[in-house]
Write a protein that binds this ligand. Structure first.
Ligand SMILES: [Zn+2]
Length: 101
């Protein structure tokens, strides 16, 4: 899932949630995702959100933990599809705390 926080100084924040999926979700799974979003975002004051689905051809796979920057390339590619700003510049080091299994 991709969360895009759109800061709107006068009208409260708005978060666009992108569900990235390489298959059609069942109604039940979709409801689970909506409920997850509500748990994550529903309590935020002055913040609205909406969700779109973005379908991709294949599940994301990469050479963990050797090629962590593959995550950045993948996300940038998705951001490009929805015309959002790219991620800030990163190095493998930025993933150090994430890659400790
Ligand atoms: Zn929206």
């Amino acid at each position: 899932m991709l969360y895009l926080d759109q800061r709107r100084p006068h009208a409260g924040n708005h978060i666009d949630v992108c569900l990235i999926s390489h298959f059609e979700l069942s109604e039940e799974s979709y409801e689970d995702v909506l409920s997850f979003n509500n748990d994550m975002l529903g309590f935020k004051p002055n913040c609205s959100y909406c969700m779109d689905t973005m379908s991709v051809e294949e599940e994301f796979e990469f050479d963990f933990p050797r090629d962590m920057l593959a995550i950045q390339r993948y996300v940038d590619n998705l951001l490009n599809r929805i015309q959002a700003n790219k991620l800030p510049a990163m190095t493998e080091k930025d993933f150090n705390y994430l890659s400790q299994a």
